[in-house]
Ligand binder design. Structure first.
Ligand SMILES: Nc1ncnc2c1ncn2[C@@H]1O[C@H](COP(=O)(O)OP(=O)(O)O)[C@@H](O)[C@H]1O
Ligand SMILES: NC(=O)OP(=O)(O)O
Length: 309
């Protein structure tokens, strides 16, 4: 039986601008094709902060020049980012597979993820998005009720909440395609955040952390492995100190201990560990691999990366 894996793609997989994404996706597609050739059943999810920021700017600032302009809420921008990233990814993977003589359908599922309206995250926004603004523009944003943060020497940026994922709305569609051995891109950018209001789903002004959704998705499709592809080959403890050390294969207990000791960046590495630990603890025999794109081939053979078992 094929091993089922969820692969979470970080920023480096996609770049930021349109030409960067087109180019980055070619390399990413090679890694995904390696996994497929190695006999894995693959579900892909990905980052979207630079893309959703760019789309939000385009829809809400440049659009104003048009007479028929109406602002686009964050949830709509998030849906657009899934479509645009999925489009490039699915074609990149399809082409790479065809180059290797493999024909497989690759589909992107526009995915909504419910969030809790009382999630603490709504009171303390953490996801920084979009272009740098002047102090005047930042004040305008504040007047609209939006949050901004100052990055010293660079300017101000929009910041939105990153609530926890609760439920993947389109999970049955994802499962059906995976069960049919299709390659699926889902829950992009953490999923489109929505609030359940009776039988309606209302878009939320938020961006869900993609690593947390990746863990949830892996659990929901009963995956064997979670692979998080990022910019570092191995995670480190005591980062930036003389005691800095790379982590190879570790146990869940060790991972929990390092999390408690505060070795990981709260908005970058910590969610990768949280997602991995939660996923592994739900069923025997699972593992998580955190490594860089260019090391994936060795990582799946257990030769590099940080492996949590
Ligand atoms: N303990 C750590 N070991 C390695 N990298 C860390 C650690 N803590 C924080 N990081 C940072 O996490 C980054 C990767 O996470 P993130 O920026 O969220 O990227 P991605 O988009 O790939 O998920 C690394 O580039 C590194 O700067
Ligand atoms: N949605 C999300 O977590 O995106 P980034 O990884 O780009 O921050």
């Amino acid at each position: 039986m094929k091993k089922r894996v969820v692969v979470a793609l970080g920023h480096r997989a996609l770049g930021t601008t349109l030409p960067e994404q087109k180019e980055a996706v070619k390399h990413t597609a090679k890694s995904i094709a390696d996994l497929i050739e190695a006999g894995y059943q693959v579900v892909i999810t990905h980052s979207n902060a630079p893309q959703v920021g760019m789309i939000h700017t385009a829809m809400n600032e440049f659009g104003k020049a048009h007479q028929d302009y109406t602002p686009a809420p964050m949830s709509v921008c998030s849906a657009m980012s899934q479509g645009y990233i999925g489009y490039d990814l699915q074609n990149g993977i399809r082409e790479e597979l065809l180059d290797r003589g493999i024909f497989r359908t690759v589909s992107t599922i526009l995915t909504q993820v419910t969030v809790d309206p009382y999630d603490e995250a709504f009171y303390t926004p953490t996801k920084v998005l979009g272009r740098y603004m002047t102090v005047e523009e930042a004040n305008q944003e504040r007047k609209k009720g939006n949050y901004v943060v100052e990055e010293p020497g660079k300017g101000f940026r929009r910041v939105v909440s990153a609530p926890n994922p609760v439920e993947i709305v389109e999970i049955e569609a994802i499962r059906t395609l995976v069960d049919a051995d299709q390659i699926v891109i889902a829950c992009g950018g953490g999923g489109i955040p929505v609030l359940k209001q009776d039988h309606r789903l209302k878009g939320a002004s938020a961006v869900i952390e993609k690593d947390l959704v990746a863990g949830r998705l892996a659990e929901e499709i009963n995956a064997d492995e979670l692979i998080i592809l990022t910019s570092v080959e191995k995670v480190r403890i005591n980062l930036g100190t003389p005691e800095e050390e790379e982590l190879g294969e570790i146990t869940v207990s060790q991972a929990k201990q390092y999390m408690e000791e505060g070795h990981f960046g709260v908005y970058n590495m910590l969610p990768k560990f949280q997602a991995s630990v939660e996923f592994i603890e739900k069923r025997e025999g699972r593992q998580a691999l955190i490594t860089s794109f260019d090391k994936l081939k060795e990582g799946i053979k257990g030769k590099t990366g940080t492996i949590i078992k």
